[in-house]
Each structure stands twice: as structure tokens, then as C-alpha cells.
Write a protein that binds this ligand. Structure first.
Ligand SMILES: Cc1cc2nc3c(=O)[nH]c(=O)nc-3n(C[C@H](O)[C@H](O)[C@H](O)COP(=O)(O)OP(=O)(O)OC[C@H]3O[C@@H](n4cnc5c(N)ncnc54)[C@H](O)[C@@H]3O)c2cc1C
Length: 236
């Protein structure tokens, strides 16, 4: 419960998230773009968020829970229950090294190792989007453009995007037969699922903004590969 707080505070689509370049890199309200900021991202919050949680808790009807909004659904905290322990939780998280706190945005940028000017401008830009209700950079919905950086001290919560799988580069034809570099079939060898997942994607773009593509490929290509492998053996 209490140990879920940094995650719950930082993972919502209504937060501002910056990558290692000190800038936003995607619509935080989207589904699968959070790899785009680099190996880690930082969610930026003001003390106003802690004060609000301490007094009011997470927004939502009693009996419901604050939970992850991004892919994973673990953890949770009862809505509508004040959380005076939030300050202590965040101090512990600072001690553990995944939350950073500073009196100014400049100092926070230094602590998380991003370019100070870029970061400070980006926060100002994002706050402007929250005020106007229009995200000129990534088109986040007005509902999720919430200014959660109202006053200091300021916090940065460090997150690590999790890869679901590694996608290998084996090329296959429509029979799921592995292809040689020259494009001809390597007889009797089939590669389904992630091992040939690269045929679906380009490394230049994000994963589809909906779930099921990887499993869909695993099931479909696996079935076809199985049928074709058996037929190949029968006919050899
Ligand atoms: C947390 C999580 C959530 C996901 N959610 C989704 C989702 O919502 N929708 C979606 O489409 N996809 C999702 N995926 C991705 C999807 O699960 C994978 O793309 C899919 O399972 C890949 O199937 P596969 O058969 O290619 O590989 P795997 O399922 O990884 O199967 C490979 C198998 O090979 C075995 N193996 C490895 N090495 C050897 C060896 N040397 N000898 C013998 N056996 C070996 C492994 O033990 C394993 O059983 C998710 C993945 C994760 C981790």
C-alpha cells in the first residue's frame, strides 16, 4: 500500500515525464511510448502533490482504488483516504535513490543529470499547455493536462521502462519459413513468435498503441509454422 505511492504518484498519464534529454518525449497519456525518453524517465511533481495527498488522498469514490494506468495493474491505494505518511514515504524513496528532491527546478535538473536550461524551459512549456488545455508537442488530451508542479520543493521520480520481450531479426516468408540473407528459403527451418517478430515492426517507430500484436503474431505464426513443419516432414 504505502510502498506503492511513488509509483502511483508518478505513473499516471496526467503527469509530466521527461527523458534523459530533460524533455518530454511522448504523450504521457498514451500506452506504449514510454521507451522514447531513453533508458529511464523522470516524473516531475511539486510539493503541492504531496500536500494534496496528505490531506485528501487520491481522488475517487471510497471503495475504489488508485492503481496503475499504464499496462501493469499491480498495487493500489484506497481512494479518498488522506495519506499523511506521504512525506515520510518520499524521504525513504530519496534514501533508496529513486526519488530526487530539490528546492528549485534548476537544482532538480542537476540532481537528475539533465540539461538545466532545457529542463526548466520544458517545465514552463508544459505548464503553459496545462493552462491552455492544448498540448502542442504531443497532443495529450485536455483531461490529462494537469499542472502537478505548482510549487516547490520539487520531486523527480525515476522510472525504468520495462521491455516485454526482445524481438529477433530472423526474416520469414508467409509459411514462416526462415529466409537466407539472399531471400531464398532455408528448407525445414521455421521461426515463429518473437524470433521472427521483427517482420512486423520497424525499429524507427513505436510499438502499436494497442495490446495483442505480439501474442497475435506468436499464436498465428506458431500455428502456421507447426502445420508447415509437419507437412514438410511428411513430404520429405
Ligand atoms: C509482462 C508481459 C506482458 C505482455 N503483455 C502482452 C500483451 O498484453 N499482448 C501481447 O500481444 N503481448 C504481450 N507480451 C509479449 C508476449 O507475451 C510475447 O511476445 C510472446 O509470449 C512471445 O511468444 P514466443 O513463443 O515467441 O516466446 P516465449 O513466450 O518467450 O517462449 C519462448 C520459450 O522458449 C523457451 N526457451 C528459451 N530458451 C530455450 C532453450 N535453450 N531450450 C528450450 N527452450 C527454451 C522459454 O522457456 C519459453 O518457454 C507481454 C510480455 C510480457 C513479458
Amino acid at each position: 500500500m504505502l510502498n506503492d505511492l511513488p509509483y502511483l504518484m508518478g505513473n499516471g498519464g496526467d503527469t509530466m515525464q521527461v527523458g534523459v534529454n530533460g524533455k518530454r518525449n511522448y504523450n504521457e497519456g498514451g500506452t506504449f511510448a514510454f521507451w522514447a525518453g531513453g533508458p529511464v524517465w523522470y516524473t516531475i511533481l511539486g510539493m503541492d502533490q504531496l500536500d494534496n495527498l496528505a490531506e485528501n488522498g487520491f481522488a475517487g469514490a471510497p471503495g475504489t482504488y488508485a492503481r496503475s494506468t499504464k499496462v501493469y495493474g499491480y498495487g493500489g491505494y484506497p481512494n479518498g483516504r488522506s495519506i499523511p505518511q506521504v512525506y515520510e514515504v518520499m524521504e525513504k524513496a530519496i534514501e533508496k535513490g529513486f526519488v530526487f528532491k530539490a528546492d528549485t527546478l534548476e537544482e532538480l535538473a542537476e540532481k537528475i543529470g539533465v540539461p538545466v536550461d532545457v529542463f526548466v524551459n520544458e517545465v514552463a512549456r508544459y505548464k503553459g499547455f496545462c493552462e491552455s488545455g492544448v498540448d502542442e508537442d504531443f497532443g495529450k488530451s485536455k483531461r490529462q493536462l494537469v499542472d502537478k508542479i505548482k510549487y516547490g520543493p520539487y520531486y523527480a521520480i525515476k522510472f525504468l521502462p520495462t521491455p516485454y520481450s526482445t524481438i529477433a531479426a530472423l526474416d520469414v516468408d508467409t509459411n514462416i519459413n526462415v529466409l537466407k540473407a539472399d531471400g531464398t528459403v532455408m528448407k525445414g527451418l521455421y521461426a515463429c513468435g518473437n524470433d521472427s517478430g521483427g517482420v512486423l515492426y520497424t525499429e524507427k517507430d513505436a510499438y502499436a498503441q494497442y495490446g495483442g500484436v505480439a501474442l497475435g503474431w506468436a499464436f498465428t505464426s506458431g500455428r502456421l509454422a507447426g502445420i508447415n513443419a509437419v507437412n514438410y516432414l511428411k513430404n520429405e
